[in-house]
Design a protein around this ligand. Structure first.
Ligand code: OOG
Ligand code: NI
Length: 464
């Protein structure tokens, strides 16, 4: 009998993110420079902070600290989106969250494909922020129909990628040789094409409708548009980018610098103008350029409850009413100051954040808790006060719509702001995707609840 020798989905995802990193570094040399800078800043940060180093050693894999945490693609059709879902599932990545970017002037809606379990996230947290173009938001009906026709013709997956995805679905996994082939085949979908599939004229019309429409419709596939390693000091990397010859976006997105980091902070270097050739009517090629690809960094903090998120959204909104960050960076300092001022209203100690019900925590028994026998039931708070139970922040693994919009905008060229009427359409997105997306809040609440129950169970088991 043939023994079951499937490679785990986590292993396939790790191989895939490593292959993607190599490919992207070759394709975009500035990204390689960013990776070097991130590795240096992470090493300096760890050298200067022994406590941080010990904590990371205990909870993370230190040698992989500077590896990619996410990337992003933009798809053109519902069929592409649903097939992409099946491909990512083979790598243990599932759609979490719905992001409507139309409010921010970007004609897409999105989800993040990511590992969901704690063990899977620890093994390799790689996620792909995946957007679907919304041609329904483009006013010009003729152009919309032409774009649809172009997209209908393209095939973004290789025959091998489809075949192996079907095989994995049928058999419940892939063996080593198939997994290796799967990674190579799927990588093709994310590759850059320096030959556009449209003419200069068509590109210009798509581009005039929205730069993002041109980026999605003009090419053979959804090239990976950025990768994002983790940094331990985002402000330092942002400050050092110019010294390394790369141009940072105007401001860091998300919350300000804090003692207790919340949610997600991100910044990027600005997308590069790259040579691309367009098709001539006579079948030849005409040189031109396209701007889409960049490099990003991220630093993550605690996942917030709906109440905490409400407060975050309100404070962000308040600071942006005082200063709206300009794309050219001219008011970056004023924006930072306004942000820091507004966020004084957000508690900055773990105990206060917990007591106010603003964040999700994972609970565990202290050394003393492990030795204690409990009689009768006790509330969580009193177990904490008595030093039997301790709590750690649960890391936010998702994205932020306002930040994502800022990342999109800064890579669509300065002053490319465009208004759309807000029109979230999660139902439509989920129909196109083929499944409902996971609700991120339910997910964090579930992890927190499970940790509480496990503490209480252990304490009463000690009693028996
Ligand atoms: C995605 C932008 C969103 C993030 O980190 O928020 C994103 C894109 O530009 O396609 O990746
Ligand atoms: Ni990103």
């Amino acid at each position: 009998m043939k023994e079951n020798s499937f490679v785990s989905a986590d292993e396939i995802r790790s191989a895939f993110s490593a292959a993607m990193s190599v490919m992207y570094r070759e394709e975009v040399p500035a990204y390689g420079t960013l990776m070097e800078l991130v590795a240096k800043v992470n090493a300096d940060t760890l050298a200067a902070d022994a406590t941080l180093k010990d904590r990371l050693e205990a909870t993370d894999t230190l040698d992989r600290i500077s590896e990619e945490r996410h990337g992003a693609i933009r798809l053109g059709t519902p069929a592409e989106l649903s097939m992409m879902r099946r491909v990512f599932a083979v790598m243990g990545m599932y759609p979490v969250g719905y992001y409507d970017l139309s409010t921010a002037g970007v004609p897409v809606h999105s989800t993040a494909f990511r590992p969901v379990g704690d063990a899977a996230l620890k093994r390799n947290p790689f996620r792909v922020f995946t957007s679907l173009l919304r041609l329904d938001l483009i006013a010009d009906e003729t152009l919309r129909a032409e774009a649809e026709a172009i997209l209908r013709e393209r095939r973004i997956f290789t025959a091998g990628a489809i075949e192996l995805t079907e095989k994995a679905e049928r058999d419940g996994g892939l063996d080593k040789a198939d997994a290796k082939r799967f990674v190579a085949e799927v990588l093709e979908t994310f590759r850059w094409h320096d030959k556009a599939s449209v003419s200069t004229d068509m590109y210009k019309r798509l581009h005039d409708a929205h730069r993002l429409v041109a980026d999605v419709v003009s090419f053979k596939g959804p090239h990976i548009n950025h990768l994002t390693p983790r940094t331990l000091d985002i402000d330092e990397v942002q400050a050092l980018m110019p010294e390394y010859g790369i141009a940072p976006k105007a401001v860091v997105e998300g919350p300000p610098t804090r003692k207790c980091p919340i949610l997600l902070r991100q910044t990027s270097f600005k997308a590069l103008e790259e040579p691309v050739s367009f098709r001539n009517a006579d079948g030849g090629w005409k040189p031109g350029s396209h701007t889409a690809r960049f490099g990003e960094i991220e630093q993550r903090g605690i996942a917030l409850t709906p109440k905490g998120r409400g407060l975050y959204d309100r404070l962000l909104d308040e600071s942006r009413k005082i200063v709206r960050p300009a794309a050219d960076g001219s008011n970056a300092k004023q924006y930072e100051a306004a942000l820091a001022e507004a966020f004084k209203a957000f508690p900055d100690s773990w105990a206060e954040i917990r007591e106010a019900g603003l964040g999700y925590f994972s609970y565990s028994l202290t050394e003393r808790g492990r030795r204690t026998k409990l009689t009768g039931s006790r509330g969580l708070d009193s177990l904490i006060t008595d030093g039997l139970v301790e709590f750690d922040p649960i890391v936010y693994e998702d994205f932020l719509p306002v930040s994502a919009a800022g990342i999109f905008q800064s890579n669509l060229g300065d002053g490319a702001q465009q208004e759309f009427v807000a029109s979230p359409n999660q139902k439509r997105f989920e129909t196109d995707l083929g499944v409902a997306v996971l609700n991120e809040f339910d997910h964090y609440a579930g992890i927190e609840q499970a940790s509480i129950e496990s503490c209480l169970r252990a304490l009463s088991a000690a009693m028996a």
